[in-house]
Design a protein around this ligand. Structure first.
Ligand SMILES: [Zn+2]
Length: 422
């Protein structure tokens, strides 16, 4: 197990002596081609695992005093609107809360309202949030084709619009008034570049999904090389990406009569791992999606954080994962009081929206109804799914496999068809 001292020194080395201006250099992008085993994650891992220098990393104990020269990050993911039910786990104090997606079960406005209210009760100065596959309503492309999904719960676009109207917004993202929502975009906090992307591999029956291979690689190639903390909903291959059962169990059950225990399949993305390890090399990579993969690991360069709070059965019992990010020598939090959050790559808001302000409350797409309003539309004007642009063109809409919310969505005929509903 890597010592905490080593962990801190890894954090420290990334930003040491780098002037702030350097951190806002023009973002680099990638030209990675899909791995030859992009569609076969188990085979891909068999080839790569012996090259990995993986070690577990312990989360910082929540009671540790916070310091002026270190930024405390508290990581959560896959809360699925469950924290607000019953007695939630305590969320530790920190400077920045990161949520790596799946705020909700299906992205319904009533869920988003509950989540936003809950986020508003948390003490962190900054709360950085991405969506996940369950947060379907955040994906405009999905919403335009929602008739293809059997998970969408609204009767019609009208009923969805009426639901949004109850909350005074026309755009679901604008319900998140108590956090900063990022989507294939980057913010800088305390000089630390944080990039977030909601995409996972899958057939498109959930939100923000692309096929393994060239579909998802085009997303990962957009991640800027100067990312210090990467947030994705998708786990990289091998680092907290195993699911129990699925293909191996389906294949072996006839031989043993019962599902063999302990068999696990990798479902992470090899091309995300390659992007992280060969090009971006962030200090931290935070994600979720595969609930069973909860935990922190390091490869010696990047610390990988699967922050899934919910179990496979959607019980939110995994504690938040906490770490301190040291600032460069002589720099303290006070040095950033005048500019606490900067947009480096703004979230794409579409032509009728614009990004407003720099601070936590305003640094997101301005709502055209009840917030800063530069392009006013008339009340009652219909919502246009096409107002939000997306960056890629070939989102997969392949055949759906069988789905059980408590397990992975498996195409038993071919491991390439594997996707996960988590
Ligand atoms: Zn989940």
């Amino acid at each position: 197990m890597a010592s905490l001292a080593n962990f801190f020194s890894q954090m420290f080395s990334k930003n040491e002596n780098i002037p702030e201006a350097e951190l806002i250099k023009k973002p680099g992008t990638g030209n990675l081609k899909p791995d030859i085993n992009a569609h076969k994650p188990d085979q891909a891992w068999s080839k790569l695992k012996n090259q990995q220098n993986m070690a577990n990393v312990a989360s910082l104990k929540p009671g540790m005093p916070m310091r002026e020269d270190r930024i405390r990050f508290v990581c959560i993911s896959d809360t699925h609107a469950q924290l607000e039910r019953g007695a939630p786990l305590e969320i530790p104090q920190g400077d920045v809360l990161i949520h790596a997606g799946d705020l909700t079960m299906s992205g319904e406005p009533r869920e988003v309202a509950i989540v936003n209210k809950y986020l508003g009760t948390l003490p962190h100065k900054h709360k950085i949030v991405i969506a996940g596959n369950h947060d379907m309503t955040f994906d405009s492309e999905f919403m335009a084709n929602k008739h293809k999904s059997r998970f969408f719960t609204f009767d019609s676009n009208d009923s969805y619009q009426q639901d949004l109207a109850k909350y005074g917004v026309k755009h679901i993202q604008n319900m998140l008034s108590n956090c900063t929502y990022i989507e294939d975009s980057m913010v800088q906090i305390y000089g630390i570049n944080i990039y977030g992307s909601p995409w996972t591999v899958g057939s498109g029956s959930w939100g923000f999904q692309r096929a393994r291979g060239s579909g998802i690689v085009s997303i990962w190639n957009q991640i800027p090389t100067n990312t210090d903390i990467l947030i994705t909903h998708m786990p990289p291959l091998g680092y907290g990406d195993s699911v129990q059962g699925t293909l191996s169990v389906a294949r072996l059950k006839p031989l043993f009569g019962i599902p063999p225990m302990g068999l696990k399949d990798h479902v992470g993305c090899v091309d995300l791992l390659r992007t992280v390890q060969s090009r971006v090399k962030p200090t931290l990579h935070v994600y979720g999606h595969i609930h069973e993969g909860y935990g922190m690991r390091t490869d010696g360069t990047t610390t990988f954080v699967n922050a899934s709070m919910c179990t496979l059965k959607y019980r939110p019992i995994n504690p938040p994962l906490v770490f301190d990010f040291p600032l460069p020598p002589g720099v303290t939090k006070q040095d950033f009081m005048d500019s606490p959050l900067k947009w480096v790559i703004p979230t794409e808001c579409g032509e009728d929206y614009e990004l407003v302000g720099e601070n936590e409350a305003e640094g997101r797409c301005g709502d055209i109804d009840n917030r800063v309003d530069k392009n006013t539309k008339g009340a009652g004007e219909s919502y246009d799914d096409n107002n939000v642009e997306f960056v890629d063109e070939d989102k997969a809409t392949g055949a759906e496999g069988s789905v059980d919310n408590s397990d992975c969505d498996v195409d038993e005929a071919d491991a390439a068809g594997r996707e996960c509903s988590q």
